[in-house]
Design a protein around this ligand. Structure first.
Ligand SMILES: *Cc1c(COP(=O)(O)O)cnc(C)c1O
Length: 378
């Protein structure tokens, strides 16, 4: 019996009303009224040059690879500890992934190992703001500029997080967001591409609309619409945009609830963690996190597995994630082997994510915390 699930999608406001309105507008394909509202919201809240909703973060990453003209033989630098889509989008264009290990504190790309991974063939660096805590962006941007390499931020976890007062997703030429069911703001499946480099904006519209200049046609900027580039269909239905916009409207409510959940775990588990050699998340002083998840690093794989089983037997669902990409079948096919990214290898064994969602009640959360504190480490 499930008492506390790991994740649960909920509606927070006008989701159904806006979907009804989208129907009433007689426009439920892409780029309707609600899609435009979502674009305007992201552009004004984040201060980005252009935002485009996509069918997923995976597809926004694929668009990034196309926009950067990634070709076979190019190398792309990816943190080893991330979701497969971060790397797959570039491998689809023929790139060779170059995995860089992560920092043991924030579990994001270790900037001190970045420069050594760069070669004349490096075309992009794709930092992932793990758990919505910003990467070391000053160092990463500085290295990228010196070597004239594009940066694409995988900001799936980090919407509204900040690094030194600046929103995550506003540093790289491009950045990608996810609105998957498991993320802070959701429409089931969805994403966005943030375009900070204005030179990529027009082509982004074309790639997203099957390689056609349809967007310009609708704006009356060209008198016919035609095939002008490669592309695919990366725009979501306006029904999904309507659902998502209702969630955007509740930004304060969603983020403040998530902040409370995160802080409650952090405060309640601190002494227990110190006593038992469990590492809680590190949030550097100069960063505002996005409150995407609460994770802990257990002392070893055996204890992590035991804790997950122990919680499950008591109706509480926790999960672990990210097997080291370099040790996957695909990673090994690119020549990687055990020992290449030692921090990721051990973090991946030790990490557990606790129940975390937009209507997790404090009663349920207390139950999770109390149960964890009764776990026997022997
Ligand atoms: C969720 C996630 C993605 C993929 O998002 P989708 O919208 O499901 O395609 C990519 N990268 C990271 C880091 C993620 O957490």
């Amino acid at each position: 019996m499930i008492k506390v699930d790991f994740n649960r999608p909920i509606t927070v406001g006008n989701e159904f009303e806006y979907m009804r309105q989208a129907m009433q507008n007689v426009h439920i394909s892409g780029d309707g009224a609600f899609t435009k509202k979502c674009h305007a919201f992201l552009e004004s809240e984040l201060g980005v040059n252009k935002a485009l909703l996509t069918t997923s973060c995976t597809h926004a990453l694929e668009m990034s690879a196309i926009l950067l003209d990634i070709k076979p033989g190019d190398e792309v630098i990816i943190p080893d500890f991330t979701f497969v889509s971060t790397v797959n989008a570039f491998v689809l264009r023929g790139a060779k992934p170059v995995f860089v290990d992560v920092r043991p504190d924030t579990l994001s790309l270790d900037e001190s190992k970045l420069e050594a991974a760069i070669t004349p063939r490096t075309r992009a660096i794709v930092p992932v703001h793990y758990a919505g805590v910003g990467c070391e962006m000053d160092s990463i941007m500085d290295i990228a500029k010196r070597h004239k390499i594009a940066v694409v931020e995988d900001n799936a976890h980090g919407l509204f997080g900040k690094y030194k007062g600046k929103f995550l997703g506003t540093f790289g030429s491009l950045a990608t967001q996810s609105f998957h069911e498991t993320k802070n703001f959701s429409c089931g499946e969805g994403g966005a591409l943030l375009i900070n480099d204005p030179f990529l904006a027009e082509r982004a519209e074309i790639v997203r609309e099957k390689g056609t200049n349809r967007s310009r046609f609708f704006r009356g900027q060209v008198d016919k619409y035609t095939w002008v580039d490669i592309g695919s269909s990366y725009l979501p239905s306006d029904l999904l945009a309507a659902f998502l916009y209702a969630q955007f409207e509740q930004r304060e409510k969603i983020q403040s609830h998530r902040k409370n959940v995160w802080n409650m775990y952090d405060v309640a588990l601190k002494d227990w963690a110190d006593k038992n050699g469990v590492q809680l998340p590190t949030i550097p002083e100069d960063r505002e996190q996005a409150y995407h998840m609460f994770y802990m690093l257990l002392p070893n794989l055996d204890l992590r597995q035991k804790l997950i089983m122990y919680l499950r037997e008591r109706g509480i669902y926790s999960v672990f994630h990210y097997l080291p990409l370099h040790l996957s079948d695909m990673g090994q096919s690119f020549g990687y082997s055990a020992g290449d990214c030692p921090v990721t290898e051990q973090v991946s064994d030790r990490l557990i994510r606790l129940p975390f969602y937009n209507d997790l009640t404090s009663a349920d959360q207390e139950q999770v915390i109390d149960t964890i504190m009764e776990f026997n480490f022997q």
